[in-house]
Design a protein around this ligand. Structure first.
Ligand code: ADP
Length: 169
């Protein structure tokens, strides 16, 4: 049900890939830039109509030229030392993405390591928040989602996620 893989999230043919977006939803660097490049210019047109998104929340668009049907744009917190609700806001991103996928009846969803790039969230703190939030959601909620992939781009996240998911089996 939960898989850890290493690679480029824009290549995955799942129902939805999650984007680590910024609150404007108008594109940025990192995984956001890669998703917009691969999806094509129609994605930013749809994003413009959404009028941004609050930190900790998420919004859905179509996937356009991506192999994924939908993109769920989640806005992670910028790390400001850990006393500014960063952990709760990060957990909220994962939960909101799963709620939106559930509302749409989606089955497969792929997450990047939200906030651990440009936003500076320490990877060893973000990983257990991501994994435990997803596991709790699966335990507590009725959901159509049965295939969850954590897509790690860098070696450190890949190692952290493999260890975390393995220890909870
Ligand atoms: P944030 O601003 O939320 O930190 P980033 O895009 O800078 O977002 O980084 C989030 C994570 O996405 C980082 O771990 C980064 O290595 C990873 N990443 C960057 N490009 C890709 C990609 N094409 N596929 C999957 N993950 C990616």
């Amino acid at each position: 049900m939960i898989q850890v893989i290493q690679g480029d999230i824009t290549k995955l043919a799942v129902d939805a890939i999650v984007n680590a977006a910024n609150s404007s939803l108008l594109g940025g660097g990192g995984v956001d830039g890669a998703i917009h490049r691969a999806a094509g210019p129609e994605l930013v047109f749809e994003c413009r109509m959404l009028h941004g998104c609050q930190t900790g929340d998420a919004k859905l668009t179509h996937g356009y030229n991506l192999p994924a049907r939908y993109v769920i744009h989640a806005v992670g917190p910028v790390w400001r030392g850990g006393h500014n609700h960063e952990s709760e806001l990060l957990a909220s991103c994962y939960r909101r993405a799963l709620e939106i996928a559930t509302e749409r009846g989606l089955t497969s969803i792929a997450f990047p390591n939200i906030s651990t790039g440009i936003y500076g969230f320490p990877k060893e703190k973000a990983c257990p928040i991501a994994v435990e939030t997803v596991q709790k959601f699966l335990e507590e909620q009725q959901t159509s989602v049965s295939d969850i992939r954590f897509v790690c781009f860098d070696e450190e996240n890949y190692r952290l996620y493999r260890e975390k998911v393995a220890e909870s089996h």
